[in-house]
Design a protein around this ligand. Structure first.
Ligand code: DER
Length: 233
């Protein structure tokens, strides 16, 4: 099964297992969630279920609109039934690295407003230790004016290397939907206590949010290479 096929398997099974009519749903960002929105649109069409969807990025909002799903926001729906989102890596404790697509701030906010966060991913995200498979670094969204002091403090305190994420089709750094920069923290010590690290980092002035989603996910669906779906909870 291809990586894309695995993403689709995971997404379809998660939507079929968890979504009910009347649900308020947080829609994640990235490529795997595209399949979940496809499935949601099919089920709205075929089963006439009614749902409302809260996006987690510009991309996620476009997905909702393109699929004619009912767009909402946290002002209207501040308590969601479920959030379905991808991940860059999932460890054996269901801790996540997210933010590969630079959408971690709104993703974490929407996930925190949901009764449950359901992760959908292909087999390449299925790991045992954060950093074991995913080598692009832990994304940290920072205020542009503070990226250098935060970079230096991170490298001094926790070692590794915090790299400013540079844009590909634009000169200069990636600017998030929220107008911030992203530092990708690479080559970190994989045995760190991620709950402790996360709680420390989010207190640093200028750190907007981290891509460490600790004790947030309820379940993860992995599309596997053999065409099966592995559910971790
Ligand atoms: O940027 C993000 O947090 C995305 O959800 C990412 O973690 C997963 O993206 P993918 O589904 O394209 O792998």
């Amino acid at each position: 099964c291809s990586v894309e096929g695995a993403k689709k398997l995971a997404a379809y099974q998660a939507v079929d297992n968890h979504i009910k009519s009347g649900y308020k749903i947080g829609i994640g960002s990235g490529s795997t969630v595209v399949y979940a929105v496809d499935r949601l649109a099919q089920r709205v069409e075929n089963e006439n279920i009614n749902i409302i969807c809260v996006p987690t990025s510009f991309q996620s909002r476009q997905l909702i609109l393109k699929n004619n799903l009912t767009l909402s926001d946290l002002e209207v729906a501040s308590q969601l039934d479920i959030c379905i989102d991808g991940a860059d890596e999932v460890d054996c404790n269901l801790n996540l690295i997210k933010g590969g697509g630079g959408c971690l701030l709104q993703e974490k906010i929407v996930a925190s407003c949901s009764k449950e966060l359901i992760v959908i991913a292909d087999y390449t995200k299925n790991s045992s230790l954060l950093g074991q498979q995913y080598k692009k670094g832990i994304p940290i969204e920072v205020s542009p004016l503070a990226y250098v002091p935060i970079k230096k403090r991170l490298e001094q305190l926790y070692k590794g290397e915090a790299v400013l994420r540079m844009a590909v089709n634009k000169a200069g750094p990636v600017v998030t939907d929220n107008g911030n920069f992203v530092l990708d923290w690479k080559n970190f010590d994989q045995s760190l206590d991620w709950n402790k690290v996360n709680l420390d980092l989010i207190q640093w002035p200028g750190v907007i949010e981290t891509g460490l989603f600790i004790n947030m996910a309820k379940k993860a669906y992995f599309g596997m290479q053999d065409g099966s779906v592995k559910v971790q909870s």
